[in-house]
Design a protein around this ligand. Sequence first.
Ligand code: GLY
Ligand code: MN
Ligand code: MN
Length: 469
Amino acid sequence: MSAPGHRPAKAAAPYPRRRAALARALRAAGGGIALLPTAPEVARNRDSHYPYRHDSYFHYLSGFDEPEAWLAIDASGHTTLLCRPRNLEREIWDGIRLGPKAAPMALGVDAAHSIEELDEVMPKLLANQPAVWFPFATHAALESQIDGWLGKLRARVRLGVECPGSQHDLCKLLDEMRLIKDRHEIGIMRRAGRIAAQAHVRAMQTSAAMLRAGLDAREYHLDAELLHEFRRQGSQFPAYTSIVAAGANACVLHYRAGAARLKAGELCLIDAGCELDGYASDITRTFPADGRFTPAQRQLYDLVLAAQEAAIAATRPGRRFLDPHQAAVRVLAEGMLEVGLLNKKQHGRPDDVIASGAYRQFYMHRTGHWLGMDVHDCGDYTEPRTRAREEVDATGERVMRRPSRVLRPGMVLTLEPGLYVRPAKGVPREFWNTGIRIEDDALVTPGGCELLTRGVPVQADDIEALMRG
Ligand code: GLY
Ligand code: MN
Ligand code: MN
């Protein structure tokens, strides 16, 4: 069954303000009309569907989360919604529909029509617009659908109707808007961070308690605890498939929660966040399954934590998106030489390790990403309107690079350094099969950054204390 369960947004909500901002951006870019569908329902198997998840852009501008809906917003801000018509028979099975009649009052849109009129309404809205804006390469067959409406319109050009003369990627405008979070978004993201932190606390405590009681603790037991806490506190979904990785599984970056046993003396890595009212949190903690770090685990853990602290210190307005990564890499490179993961004689000094990329044997991903409605949120990672330089990348390919994005208050990014040590010649055995990542969500503020996810301890001593409790 599909699961609509919509909660119509209030007209006083931030959505009209965002639509007005989009209209201003359209005017600044030469005018036109923006067309935006929400996400389709997706079948899982036969007649069962995945839980419905709206399109993030659509929700950002409407607050509306029923399937089968479109928005059209022109450069004056005039907004038309197309949505499913009321239908008693369907509503008995699938739930209440808002319907076009109630939509203007509930959502603050100027006009609303039934989705069944889509092919008649859209050509009329497109008539005499200088340009059409829609999200490129995001919805299957969207381009051909819009082509069809433009074709209908072109047939009427003889009657004096003008057809839009250009097409533009609407994501370019909306990504810039979504990159800086407004007050409404920050409020939700703070709550999503708090809930996810409490879920991590619960999973850590469950792990220690099950091992103390001599129970057969599995990765899926902790996955269940995470889900319980997310849902108990009103989150609608996990923001992505939770990673619960016992022991060596933590060295698999995209591991899922499986059935592996949690063993005393081994670590467990959990990367899990919840989605709350359309916004993601994204936390990783690595902890000893039984609540006590071994000396070797502690050594690597403290190194990753020091790397994260360096990344946090580099997260402030005016610094660039890549600065936290570079700060973390430097600390990790120094530490790899210090603890013997990399041989000083062979690899030289930290600068050499960074220049040669030798650190990538143990740290092969970036230190963060934008976070928002999508866990890997939209937004340009390079500074717009700056000149690109040609460079040769690590694989020897020639690429055009622009300077990394300057951080500004309201941006939200993750800070998630790690170390992943697989068995290999020359690597001290005591570190083999150890995977550690520490991830928090940082809101850039005027004075630096606010960590939204510190409701779960991160210092090794604090984790041990929590798990003793
Ligand atoms: N959980 C996905 C990520 O950390 O990027
Ligand atoms: Mn992340
Ligand atoms: Mn994560």
